[in-house]
Design a protein around this ligand. Structure first.
Ligand code: UN1
Length: 507
């Protein structure tokens, strides 16, 4: 394989997993080895951050924050603009690295980098729009307003499935807000973190920025724990499993810190009698097999009206038959491998579970041998009852559940009956049905779409979900407010000091 992209991104056999933005800090003792799920090859190693190095990073970040918070927000936006430009320059290489280290298709690897570029553009505009409100005081010759100030250090803990984009949603917004960032990438995709940090280091050097504004640490959950317990980090933004999110939330809450959680999804598409079948097929197919079913937004359930059930099932089974599975860097393939063998095991166990509870496989699953690693599997489809236990769980793999409904109330009830609440969709050409789905009695998810699938959200909206998805909102809209502290200011320009609520207090 041509690995020029690895050199272009400044990656070596051994890489510094700890960095405050200029030079890295190497620890020769312990490393994470990054193995590609594509062909099993070791791409490189990343040094693990020691507790001492962690302290040094936090000290540097604290120092950098003192400076960064005084830089005018539009000037901070200019730095983010340059980062976006650098990403444009390296879009091809970084997209390839994402595809090679994580296993998603090259189209999706590039798409992920595009998502980073988009959030940079958004953040640049935002840097001139960090508005607060003004309000009228009840007292004469008084003025009231609110303003947003930077928070401090934002800790970002990200997952393997979006190894670069999710960091950028957090980091680019946090940076224009005047915060500094400490990032712990997933152990399963650490080189993506190093590559992003290398691109940052160049922008930081070109602009003579101090060290400590964008920082990288690496390691297992113990380094994550140092972050979640650290009072010097006012906000932890974590993406990953619900189990991980619960641990993060409890630890951060115990010190009354803020957490922003984006956890599991169990996303469904409701397919109504009036659905346009072409849209159904594209939406469901991409939603279910894109990123090999490893998006938080992946489509896991189709809730199909009984009048269209056989048609959807048969057409979808046929479309699955045409999927090309293999090396994700080869553009003719639609689906790459799962992230690792453990994931394959979980997928195989889920298929067992489906069979044990009486589900019927419409498209059989299983491991595919001889494709370069042991991580390739067949995307599969299972028919289950609406109350299936297996369909309540988020199995991070390409397993799609089909279930039947009779009326829309029932469909919405099934859709909302799972513990997670990230993304949802309805396929309909009937206005009453789509409005019902979007109404307060409709979908209970953070994202509800009409006539598109559950995945592939744009960065301009707030991204996140309810219930066990964790309640956080990242990226667009007013998600930036979580990265700042709000201050209400009341200014008296009179010669009296009247008290609010008409209280008199005279000596
Ligand atoms: C995730 O899977 O954690 O909406 C993020 C999407 C992407 C982001 C997914 N824009 O599918």
């Amino acid at each position: 394989m041509n690995t020029d992209f690895i050199q272009e991104l400044g990656l070596e056999a051994d890489n510094d997993g700890t960095s405050t933005g200029r030079q890295g800090h190497h620890n020769t003792e312990a490393h994470i080895s990054s193995h590609s799920p594509v062909d099993g090859a070791q791409i490189g190693r990343v040094s693990i951050t020691t507790p001492e190095q962690y302290e040094a990073v936090i000290n540097q970040a604290t120092e950098a924050f003192r400076h960064w918070r005084t830089v005018p927000a539009p000037r901070r936006g200019e730095i983010v603009r340059q980062y976006g430009e650098a990403l444009r320059e390296h879009k091809d290489a970084l997209g390839r690295l994402v595809s090679y280290e994580m296993g998603k298709s090259l189209q999706e690897g590039w798409g992920e980098v595009q998502e980073m570029i988009d959030i940079c553009d958004f953040a640049v505009g935002l840097s001139r729009q960090l508005h607060g409100l003004t309000m009228h005081s009840e007292r004469p010759l008084h003025r009231m307003y609110e303003q947003y100030h930077p928070l401090g250090i934002v800790g970002v803990i990200s997952a393997f499935n979006f190894p670069v984009a999710v960091w950028s949603w957090n980091a680019m917004i946090a940076l224009v807000c005047g915060d500094v960032v400490v990032w712990k990438p997933s152990e399963k995709a650490p080189l993506c973190g190093v590559a992003c940090q290398n691109i940052w280091a160049k922008v930081a050097a070109d602009n003579d920025l101090p060290e400590g504004i964008s920082n990288l640490v690496n390691g297992d959950y113990t380094i994550g724990e140092l972050m979640t317990q650290d009072k010097r980090i006012p906000l932890i933004s974590a993406t990953g499993s619900t189990r991980m999110g619960k641990a993060v939330a409890q630890t951060v809450a115990a010190r009354l810190g803020k957490s922003l959680l984006e956890l599991g999804g169990n996303n469904a598409i409701i397919i109504t009698p009036s659905a346009d079948m072409d849209l159904v097929l594209t939406g469901a197919l991409f939603g279910a097999v894109g990123t090999c079913g490893q998006r938080c937004t992946s489509t896991r359930r189709l809730i199909i009206h009984e009048s269209r059930y056989e048609e959807v099932r048969d057409k979808l089974a046929k479309a699955y038959g045409q999927l090309k599975i293999g090396d994700p860097l080869d553009e003719k393939n639609h689906v790459g491998p799962l992230i690792d063998e453990q994931s394959v095991e979980t997928y195989l166990q889920a298929i067992e579970g489906i069979k044990n509870e009486g589900g019927k496989m419409v498209v059989e699953g299983g491991r595919i041998d001889g494709l370069g690693s042991n991580c390739y599997v067949k995307p599969c489809i299972a028919e289950v009852e609406p109350d299936s236990e297996m369909a309540q769980q988020e199995t991070f793999a390409p397993i799609l559940y089909l279930m039947k409904y009779r009326d829309l109330d029932e469909a919405i009830e099934i859709q909302n009956s799972v513990p997670q609440g990230l993304s949802s969709a309805i396929m309909t050409t009937n206005l009453r049905e789509s409005e019902r789905f979007l109404s307060p009695t409709g979908s209970d998810c953070g994202i509800a779409n009409v006539n598109i699938g559950t995945s592939g959200a744009e960065i301009g909206g707030a991204f996140g979900g309810e219930k066990e998805t964790g309640g956080g909102r990242e990226s667009g809209s007013d998600a930036w407010k979580v990265y700042m502290r709000r201050q209400t200011n009341t200014i008296n320009y009179s010669t009296e000091l009247p008290l609010a609520q008409g209280i008199s207090f005279n000596l």
